[in-house]
Every structure is written in structure tokens, then in C-alpha cells.
Design a protein around this ligand. Structure first.
Ligand SMILES: [Zn+2]
Length: 292
């Protein structure tokens, strides 16, 4: 889908948060004007007021679903919702509720998200995972047990998970692949969010990846693309948080990087038809297989 040498097909941001109290629709508008056509709206936890009961989880999930409806009404883009309790919320609540209570609440919140997914209101469980910062041994062991249980539940529900995890390169992937296999969840249904640009098979172990496409990521993707054999895509992890403007990428990033990828592939000798196939895969065909 090229017109005068420019990609005019689908452009999906696979991991974006929005916040009614921050830039919200203005941020979506920026994405749309830049050429974006679809977003995965990922539930954003409010760390200063975390839910302490299942009914509170229900109301914060409803808020995310409501934003998705509003964005669909206002813009001609497709919005898919990713719902789940954040692993950092679980870790934080160990200090307030205790390990047992925090874990039980977390599992209940996972099951609730799976209900919304079975109703078709959401397409994927996430972000779930484990703390991305060092924790004591007991907490680390508990977080791995919890993740195994979450993956089992996702597998029973035949849904994928978007994973928020530490960044320890290939080791993180090989760890996750083990947990995945033990749970029965197909590896391509485990999607590493905020993933590095290395999309080669040796690195990802067959897990799916949504690459955080910061500076330099596109040349790395181009270098790896021939050695990739699993699903990958692009994300900003836009936080819609004025206090952390530089923490993640802005709403225009995915359209911008898509055009950059297209240009670099063409410069490397790919034909428009080949580039078209790649861009259709990452922004449309593969997402349809892993989010439903
Ligand atoms: Zn996120």
C-alpha cells in the first residue's frame, strides 16, 4: 500500500496508555495526524491509588474501556484494549497488604480481565509480568510463581499476554520461554512489551515482541529482519504523564518510525512489494493473530 513512494497502509502502536486527566484525546489526535490508524490501549494503573478490592478493579477497568469507546467515537481509528493488573502494583501492594493478600487480589484481577476478554471487550491480558527492578529473593520467587499461574490462566482462556519484565536481554527471553512452556501457553502468545530491537530468533526464542522504537532501533531491526522468525511490532509505551515526559516515546513515534523503516529497507534493496508485506505483517496480519 504505497502511494508516490510513501506507505499509506495500517500503522499500529501496540502499547499506548492514555489518561483522561492528561493529554488524552490531544495525544490521539497527534497520532492520527501523523498517519496512525490503530492503537492497543493498555490499562494504566494509578500507582498513587491502587485498587484494593475486586470491585475497585472492575471500576478502573471500566474506565479504560470507556476511554476506548470515546476514542473510537471521535477518531476513525481502531482501538483494542489490553486489560490486566500491573506487576509493579502487585509488588507495591506486598508492602501494604502483605504477600498473600496482594497475590490473591492480583489473581482475581487477572480473572476479571479474562472475563472482559471472553466478552470481546478486550483482546489481550496485560500488562502482566514481573518487577523490572531488583527485589529480594522471596519476592522474585513469588513473582515467577505468580507469572506461571497467570500464563496458565491465559492459556486456558486461549488469550495472549503482554509482558512487562526486567531488561536482561536474551536471558529474560529464555527465562520467559521456560515459564511459557511450563504453563502450556504457546510462545507466540507471550508478547514482550518494551522489547529491545533485536528480533532474531536466537534472541527472542520464539516469543513475540513489541519493540520500543527509540533512536537507533530501526537500523537494528533492519539488520535483524532476515534472521527473525516470530511476530514482532512497534510500540511507544506512551504514558500520558506530564511528570515523566521523557520516560517514553511520544504519540507520533510509530508513524515516524514506520516511514523510516520503509525508507531504510528500500535503501537496502528491498522492493516496494516486499516492504509492503513486512509492514502489513507487523501492523495488521500478525496483530490479528495474537490479539483477539
Ligand atoms: Zn506500559
Amino acid at each position: 500500500m504505497f502511494k508516490d513512494g510513501r506507505w499509506i497502509g495500517p500503522i499500529l502502536d501496540q502499547h499506548m496508555h492514555l489518561d483522561r486527566n492528561n493529554r488524552y484525546l490531544e495525544a490521539v489526535n497527534e497520532f492520527v495526524i501523523a498517519g496512525g490508524t490503530a492503537i492497543n490501549l493498555v490499562h494504566k494503573p494509578n500507582f498513587s491509588k491502587l485498587p484494593v478490592s475486586l470491585s475497585e478493579y472492575r471500576s478502573v477497568y471500566e474506565e479504560t474501556l470507556e476511554m476506548a469507546r470515546e476514542v473510537r467515537d471521535k477518531f476513525e481509528i481502531s482501538v483494542s484494549v489490553i486489560l490486566g493488573p500491573h506487576p509493579v502494583a502487585w509488588e507495591n501492594q506486598i508492602h501494604t497488604l502483605g504477600l498473600e493478600e496482594s497475590t490473591s487480589l492480583h489473581i482475581q484481577a487477572v480473572k476479571l480481565a479474562l472475563e472482559y476478554i471472553s466478552l470481546g471487550d478486550a483482546v489481550c491480558l496485560g500488562e502482566v509480568g514481573r518487577p523490572h527492578y531488583p527485589v529480594d529473593e522471596k519476592t522474585w520467587a513469588a513473582s515467577n510463581e505468580l507469572l506461571l499461574e497467570i500464563m496458565r490462566l491465559a492459556n486456558e482462556a486461549k488469550t495472549s499476554v503482554q509482558l512487562h519484565v526486567e531488561d536482561n536481554g536474551e536471558k529474560t527471553y529464555s527465562d520467559l520461554a521456560k515459564i511459557c512452556d511450563e504453563s502450556g501457553l504457546p510462545r507466540h502468545f507471550a508478547i514482550r512489551h518494551y522489547a529491545p530491537a533485536d528480533i532474531t530468533q536466537e534472541f527472542t526464542h520464539g516469543l513475540s515482541a513489541t519493540v520500543s522504537v527509540g533512536k537507533g532501533s530501526i537500523s537494528k531491526i533492519v539488520e535483524c529482519i532476515g534472521k527473525s522468525n516470530s511476530f514482532w511490532g512497534m510500540e511507544t509505551d506512551y504514558l500520558d504523564d506530564p511528570r515523566r515526559p521523557g520516560a517514553v516515546l511520544g504519540p507520533k513515534t510509530i508513524p515516524k518510525r514506520t516511514h523510516q523503516l520503509s525508507k531504510e529497507l528500500i535503501d537496502n534493496g528491498y522492493s516496494e512489494a516486499e516492504v509492503s508485506e513486512i509492514l502489513t505483517n507487523i501492523h495488521f496480519t500478525w496483530p490479528n493473530e495474537i490479539y483477539s
